[in-house]
Design a protein around this ligand. Structure first.
Ligand code: HEM
Length: 154
């Protein structure tokens, strides 16, 4: 788990744990579903979507590894985006809404907000890539870990 001396705690704990991630994702999807560019992409949205995104982010940021244990891990996550044909405009809007929601819902800590934004930029580019027609997920390896130093090389 990545830690930074002056911040001390794991990135997951500093973010505020599962409770903060749930607040973030609840607020975020309220906006996604009201957004004319994104709402058509989420036509089949269900409340379990919120749960699963929270479980994913929990594991990525160093909390319990429940996405790997219960929801199929990295391969399954990428597979959920297969065939969606996400456009760059949609990706950028998704990322922008997530980052602006994080400014309201996550702690007001410059490094935390920066690393969170970098993860969203990285993750949304991968989601766009695997969503294109004919793209193959292959073997993406274990769920990535992201923290005070960005992507952990573990
Ligand atoms: C960091 C970036 C992203 C993360 C962590 C993420 C996370 C997830 C997760 C965990 C699921 C599975 C939900 C479930 O099991 O119900 C999912 C599905 C989905 N994601 Fe993403 N996502 C990202 C980027 C995007 C972007 C940029 C878009 C579109 C603009 C998108 C559109 C969707 C859609 C439409 C589904 C539902 C697909 C289905 O019906 O199964 N995602 N995402």
């Amino acid at each position: 788990m990545t830690e930074q001396p002056e911040h001390g705690r794991s990135f997951y704990d500093a973010v505020g744990g599962e409770e903060a991630l749930r607040r973030l994702i609840d607020t975020f999807y309220d906006q996604v579903l009201a957004d004319p560019l994104l709402s058509p992409v989420f036509a089949h949205f269900t409340p379990t979507h919120v749960d699963h995104v929270v479980v994913w982010l929990t594991e990525v940021f160093g909390g319990p590894a429940a996405y790997s244990e219960r929801l199929g891990g990295h391969h399954a996550l990428l597979g959920h985006h297969a065939g969606l044909a996400i456009t760059e405009e949609q990706r950028a809007r998704w990322a922008e809404l997530m980052v602006t929601t994080a400014r309201k819902e996550l702690p007001d800590d410059a490094l935390l907000q920066q690393r969170f934004g970098e993860y969203i930029e990285w993750g949304t580019r991968i989601a766009l890539a695997v969503s294109q027609p004919g793209a193959e997920v292959g073997d993406p390896g274990p769920v990535p870990h992201w923290g005070w130093d960005g992507l952990a090389q573990d």
